[in-house]
Write a protein that binds this ligand. Structure first.
Ligand code: AKG
Length: 284
């Protein structure tokens, strides 16, 4: 498939047909899956995002991009509703297809694009890799918690740019807005050029949760080894811990435990320097 093939076929629109969505992903680098979230789930997630955003501002900890937009980081710590979203069957299916079955979470964040927000710089989510890769190393799902429109900051993207090995600079004029109804999931290849759109409405905030994933040898955007609430390490599901990367994969991520099977635990007393008889050796 080439960039010209992409340009020759109609651009993706919202679909409930997963086979079509995956064909859109291959050809255009993105797909819009309609009805990925029920209206009840959209309402519950949206309400939590709004409350959390206000709560973080109230504590003076809100993370703001520019004057208006707000990002909420580390959602795995911020409610079971987000941890359940992380393990949604659509995530499992789409990310396995794009990144292989051992994909891990890179970050789980909310992004609120508010009126007056300027367009985010155009980038690919694997832009820190300074060469093109024939397969994606990372991939993203933007869960639409409002209708996404060109006016309210629907994600701008350059269709087919995932297939362009020449890492050219794209301009806003090269982009289109991803549009879809609340509850849709915008799935995109990590090589696709994109960015949050400008919200030019008078009064419509655009809410999204972004489930960003990577292959298991890529450094994650959020550092769960340091940042995850330690209580969750004790109580959460095995799959949750696997998706955060708390397992040995292909020999990577070892501590001192030999096994490759289950999630690793933090070392409470790491093995230190020993003398030949196995006694502690002074660490001076
Ligand atoms: O919120 C959006 O529309 C896209 C955000 C984005 O581009 C990103 O997080 O990399």
């Amino acid at each position: 498939m080439s960039v010209s093939d992409t340009l020759a076929s109609p651009l993706p629109s919202a679909t409930r047909d997963l086979a079509r969505a995956f064909a859109d992903l291959d050809r255009h680098g993105y797909a819009i899956v309609e009805g990925a979230l029920s209206p009840e789930r959209v309402a519950a997630l949206r309400a939590r995002v709004i409350d959390q955003a206000r709560g973080e501002d109230a504590q003076g900890l809100g993370f703001h991009d520019g004057k208006t937009n707000q990002r909420i980081w580390m959602l795995p710590n911020k409610g079971k509703i987000f941890r359940d979203l992380m393990l949604d069957p659509l995530v499992e299916t789409a990310m396995t297809r794009l990144l292989g079955k051992d994909f891990i979470l890179s970050s789980l964040t909310a992004n609120i694009a508010r009126p007056g927000g300027v367009p985010m710089y155009l980038h690919s989510d694997q832009g820190y890799v300074d060469f093109w890769t024939p397969k994606p190393l990372v991939a993203n799902i933007a869960w639409m918690l409002d209708d996404f429109t060109a006016a309210n900051g629907g994600t701008r993207l350059v269709p087919g740019s995932h297939l362009n090995p020449d890492r050219i600079d794209y301009a806003l004029e090269d982009t289109i807005a991803a549009e879809g109804p609340a509850g849709a999931a915008l799935i995109f290849d990590g090589r696709l050029i994109h960015g949050t759109g400008a919200n030019i409405t008078a009064d419509q905030d655009r809410h999204a949760v972004l489930s960003y994933h990577c292959r298991p040898f890529v450094r994650q955007q959020e550092n769960y080894y340091l940042g995850l609430d330690p209580a969750l390490r004790e109580t959460e599901r095995g799959l949750f811990l696997k998706r955060l990367g708390f397992r040995i994969w292909a020999g990577l991520g070892r501590t001192n435990e030999p096994g490759e099977k289950g999630p690793l635990s933090p070392l409470t007393s790491p093995l230190g320097p020993l003398d030949p008889e196995g006694r502690p050796f002074p660490d001076t």
